[in-house]
Design a protein around this ligand. Structure first.
Ligand SMILES: Cc1ncc(C[n+]2csc(CCOP(=O)(O)OP(=O)(O)O)c2C)c(N)n1
Ligand SMILES: [Mg+2]
Length: 378
């Protein structure tokens, strides 16, 4: 194994995106645009009180989910925080099931019991959607540990959707996304310590949009301009990556992800991005100026990619782009219709189902507890 290069940068002439087929890049544009349209319609549905609870939109950050997940294998495990609709869609979740989850309907990916912050899609190796800031990061390390355990101890893959029984274990890499606000959570530091100590293939991706709720990173975090020092502390390789340009993002991230997979080691990414909308649906945004938001909007990652594909690669025409917009609009409207017309979960059958798992029947008399007979709290 080669030694861990901390603070390494990919050579500037390495451009993995240049070798990708046109269809892949058009697919990225399509997915980023789908996410934006999905979020715009979610905002409207929220304002119409069709979506309840918290709702955090991903508008402006689309290149991060699409570019990083585009560098993975479909069966690499991924875990995320609560601004998660974009990641769920980019991983392959059907927009209908994503929207129905936000509407609290039984057809949602978590049967409507999780809502906006708890998207989950095991067949696509997407393990949430977590509302407690930083709490998902030890799960990411656990997913990396499980993959490495399969590889080094079991030799064969455990039974999972799409996995043939007895298939040889593969070298995998787990992604643990987090916001800059999670940088100061104890859970993250425990997770990074274990990842460094046990050399676990987990990539901590800080979606650094500069704010946690209304607190700018400079007010709340030490060494905000040099976050890689935090990775240094755990012997973890770190990179700073521009998240506003999906091609540059991929060119920097793909070699890093490949290195983590090959070497079975962790990494940490300070991924610079920006959210256009408020923290959640109720945010007067007094902590930043309109000029700042407009400056970032002028560097919009979707417009930038569309321009590249039309003017440089010349693989997309304005007419094809219009067609793409119309198709995505239709898909999101169908998702809204599906969510609206789906039934709510029936409390009689759903209130207590999927709440607790009983992996060893007979060990825990859940049935007696949930009906109150033995539950000391009832
Ligand atoms: C442990 C914990 N503390 C506080 C909160 C309340 N809270 C919800 S979101 C948030 C801000 C997190 O910001 P960041 O990690 O930067 O993510 P972003 O919203 O920018 O995507 C806070 C403090 C929480 N959910 N969990
Ligand atoms: Mg943030």
């Amino acid at each position: 194994m080669s030694p861990t290069p901390t603070r390494s940068r990919p050579a500037s002439n390495v451009r993995p995106s240049a070798d990708l087929p046109d269809a892949t890049l058009v697919g990225w544009l399509r997915m980023m645009t789908l996410i934006r349209e999905f979020e715009n319609r979610s905002a409207q549905a929220y304002q119409q009180a069709k979506i309840g609870g918290f709702c955090h939109l991903y508008t402006g950050q689309e290149a991060v989910a699409v570019g990083t997940l585009g560098a993975l294998e479909p069966d690499d495990p991924v875990v995320h925080a609560y601004r998660d609709h974009g990641h769920a869609l980019a991983r392959g979740m059907d927009p209908k099931h994503c929207m129905a989850e936000m509407f609290g309907k039984i057809t949602g990916c978590a049967k409507g019991k999780g809502g906006s912050m708890h998207m989950f899609d095991k067949p696509h190796w997407f393990f949430g959607g977590h509302g407690i800031v930083g709490a998902q990061t030890p799960l990411g390390v656990g997913l990396a540990f499980a993959a490495k355990y399969e590889l080094e101890v079991l030799g064969t893959a455990l039974s999972n959707p799409g996995v043939d029984p007895g298939a040889p274990a593969k070298k995998k890499v787990a992604l643990a996304f987090l916001g800059d606000g999670a940088l100061n959570q104890g859970a993250l530091h425990e997770a990074m310590n274990l990842a460094g100590l046990w050399s676990l293939p987990c990539i901590f991706i800080v979606e650094n949009n500069g704010y946690s709720m209304g607190t700018s990173i400079h007010r709340g975090t030490t060494m905000a301009d040099d976050l890689l020092k935090k990775a240094d502390a755990y012997g973890i390789r770190g990179e700073v990556i521009d998240g506003l340009d999906i091609l540059r993002l991929y060119d920097a991230f793909k070699p890093l992800a490949d290195w983590c997979r090959a070497e079975q080691k962790p990494a940490f990414v300070d991924l610079k991005t920006y959210r256009y909308l408020g923290h959640s649906m109720s945010d007067p945004q007094k902590y930043r100026t309109k000029d700042e938001v407009d400056r970032y909007k002028s560097m919009d990652s979707i417009e930038r990619l569309a321009k590249h594909l039309m003017e440089e690669r010349r693989c997309l025409t304005p007419a094809a782009l219009d067609e793409m917009h119309a198709e995505l609009h239709r898909i999101v409207m169908e998702a809204l219709e599906f969510a609206e017309s789906s039934p709510s979960p029936d409390p009689a059958t759903e209130l207590y189902s999927d709440v607790l798992v009983n992996p060893m029947p007979g060990m825990s008399p859940i049935r007696e507890y949930v009906h109150g007979e033995k539950n000391p709290l009832l």
